[in-house]
Design a protein around this ligand. Structure first.
Ligand code: 5GP
Ligand code: ZN
Length: 147
């Protein structure tokens, strides 16, 4: 597997970065893209990805990982302000045996509430209207905090 981070047309996350596939986008900078998970485990389930195609932690350059880490704080704060969850889970899976299902590096931010089962995935799609509404609110919040 190459480590050049080039667009992989067979990768759904590369297709989202390129604008070839839709996503409820929340944030974008030079190195990262942030959008809502289409199968949210809880409201506000968000993915932070490297713009370049790197399969996992082992393949992604340290600089890209640092960019994801830096933006994670900003996004977690926006989610906390918007949704007031009881907690915030951050996780990142590497390899099918670790549960990874999309092989393009990404970090999950998962707002959590009391009594919520500890699961990493669901196959239930989120309500598209609710996802669009939340994404718009987060975009507005992030724009306000940046200015
Ligand atoms: P992983 O299991 O690889 O850590 O996480 C992949 C995540 O990507 C899952 O939570 C899954 O719901 C999400 N996902 C898969 N396909 C799409 C998609 O096309 N759009 C969005 N927004 N999320 C996706
Ligand atoms: Zn990719």
């Amino acid at each position: 597997m190459s480590n050049d981070g080039k667009h992989d047309p067979s990768c759904i996350f590369c297709r989202i970065v390129a604008g070839e596939a839709p996503a409820h986008r929340v944030w974008e900078d030079e190195a990262t893209l942030v959008f809502l998970d289409i199968f949210p485990v809880s409201p506000g389930h968000t993915l932070i990805i490297t713009k370049g195609h790197h399969e996992n932690l082992f393949e992604a350059p340290a600089g890209s990982l640092a960019a994801v880490g830096a933006v994670s704080k900003r996004i977690a704060e926006a989610l906390r302000e918007e949704l007031a969850p009881a907690g915030m889970m951050v996780f990142q899976l590497n390899g099918a045996d670790a549960g990874q299902t999309v092989f393009h590096y990404h970090m999950h931010l998962l707002p959590r509430w009391p009594g919520q089962e500890l699961v990493l995935h669901t196959r239930v799609p989120g309500d598209p209207v609710a996802l669009a509404d939340l994404a718009a609110k987060l975009v507005a919040r992030l724009e306000r905090s940046a200015s």
